[in-house]
Design a protein around this ligand. Structure first.
Ligand code: PLP
Length: 409
């Protein structure tokens, strides 16, 4: 029989535990730098104006209903989602060697990709290890482990420079067995905020190609990082142009502010070859079977909202404007935080605050310093010293800088 008494207590998800502690804190000074969701300058969640418009259109649509989507999701979304990543008339699309499936946001896309690889990647071979950056989004470890794929890490963050440990990364990927799966954050690396430069991406592409590694891109911040959708897709497009066979997990949580709607896509791209389109069709058929047994079909509401925006040129332009608002505010907060720390002559270098990009910054603060910020200043961040830049605003940035200054001294 099932010995339920023997099931051990699982640890609480650290991020959600942090969120609870923040909520329970009654101090008027409290600052939430933990959660990875955008906040406006008044610390409030921001419904993108373009999303409000799309929502209005959707609610006034007499044809709208709550029927099931097809197994692969809303075609009007998945086709535009692929264009967004690969470029409008990318050969991978026109040659029909990309397959796209709507998923439960980025998490579901990573999971579907992991499940697909666990089932089909080198089933006869021995090497199925997934190399993830150290550190990476914590969920990567659980998702790949859950489907039985072994995990290894490659160095990524240099504690000295608080930038990329490029040599360490290359040397581990060089030594990894040929044909390993390599998980890469397309832009705005979570949790470090550190991305390879375009030149470093080219070197990585050459290395992965020489080693026959399989790229698995995770893109959760396209347009949210730099404010430019094309620029934030640069690494993915480079790899696709170089003819890699690869997969991509895409989230619309951050760039549309559709967190709870769970809109996202998984994409498979085949290398250019005479039979690439047939291969892609077969892959799509297997993805559909996996999807059917996992979720049957994906959620409809957020997918429709994203699809309305992506398919309407005027709304698309407005979305780009909204993306510039979010990324611009975050870049501005990076500048203000760094300037204040430098003004206070806080010990250490703070250039990494503005060198890093996207939602997060790896500050270099130690665990005791993080805990002191929490207990003495009501400032909440994860123990690894990661801060969500979106939690900073013009009201609290000086307070946070002053508190950091105190705990660092
Ligand atoms: N991948 C990375 C690197 C992320 O940072 C996130 C969100 O924090 C996700 C994937 C997936 O998020 P969601 O499932 O909300 O789209």
């Amino acid at each position: 029989s099932f010995p339920a008494e023997a099931v051990p207590q699982a640890p609480e998800d650290p991020l959600f535990g942090l969120m609870r502690a923040y909520k329970a804190d009654s101090s008027p000074d409290k600052v939430d730098l933990g959660i990875g969701a955008y906040r406006d300058d008044t610390a409030k969640p921001w419904v993108l104006p373009v999303v409000k418009k799309a929502d209005e259109i959707l609610r006034n649509d007499p044809e709208a209903n709550h029927e099931y989507l097809p197994i692969a999701g809303l075609a009007a979304l998945t086709s535009k989602a692929a264009e967004l990543l690969l470029g409008k008339s990318a050969p991978a699309i026109t040659e029909k060697r990309s397959a796209s499936v709507q998923t439960i946001s980025g998490t579901g896309a990573v999971h579907l990709g992991a499940l697909f690889l666990a089932r089909f990647y080198k089933t006869q071979g021995v090497n199925r290890t997934v190399y993830v950056s150290n550190p990476t989004w914590a969920n990567h470890h659980q998702i790949f482990t859950n489907v039985g794929l072994p995990i290894a890490t490659y160095p990524y963050f240099s504690k000295e420079t608080k930038g990329l440990d490029f040599e360490g990364m290359k040397s581990t990927l060089e030594q990894a067995p040929d044909g390993s799966i390599v998980l890469l954050h397309a832009c705005a690396h979570n949790p470090t905020g550190v991305d390879p430069t375009p030149e470093q991406w080219r070197e990585l592409a050459a290395l992965l190609k020489a080693k026959k590694h399989f790229p698995f891109f995770d893109t959760a911040y396209q347009g949210f990082a730099s404010g430019d959708l094309d620029r934030d897709a640069g690494a993915i497009r480079l790899f696709v142009e170089q003819g890699f066979e690869l997969v991509i997990a895409q989230s619309f949580a951050k760039n549309f502010g559709l967190y709870g709607q769970r809109a996202g896509c998984f994409h498979y791209v085949a290398s250019p070859a005479a039979d690439a389109a047939e291969t892609t069709t077969r892959v799509a058929s297997q993805l559909a079977i996996l999807q059917r047994s996992e979720i049957s079909n994906p959620p409809i509401y957020g997918a429709r909202i994203a699809s309305i925006v992506l398919n309407d040129p005027a709304l698309f332009a407005e979305w780009q404007e909204n993306l510039r608002t979010m990324s611009g505010r975050i870049i501005d907060m990076r500048k203000k935080l760094r300037a204040k720390l430098e003004e206070l002559q806080t010990p250490g270098q703070w250039n990494h605050i503005t060198d890093q990009i996207g939602m997060f910054s790896f500050t270099g603060l130690s665990e005791p310093q993080v805990l002191k910020l929490r207990s003495d200043y009501h400032i909440y961040m994860t123990k690894n010293g990661r801060i969500s830049m979106a939690g900073l605003n013009s009201r609290n940035v000086d307070y946070v800088a002053a508190a950091v200054d105190k705990v660092v001294r």
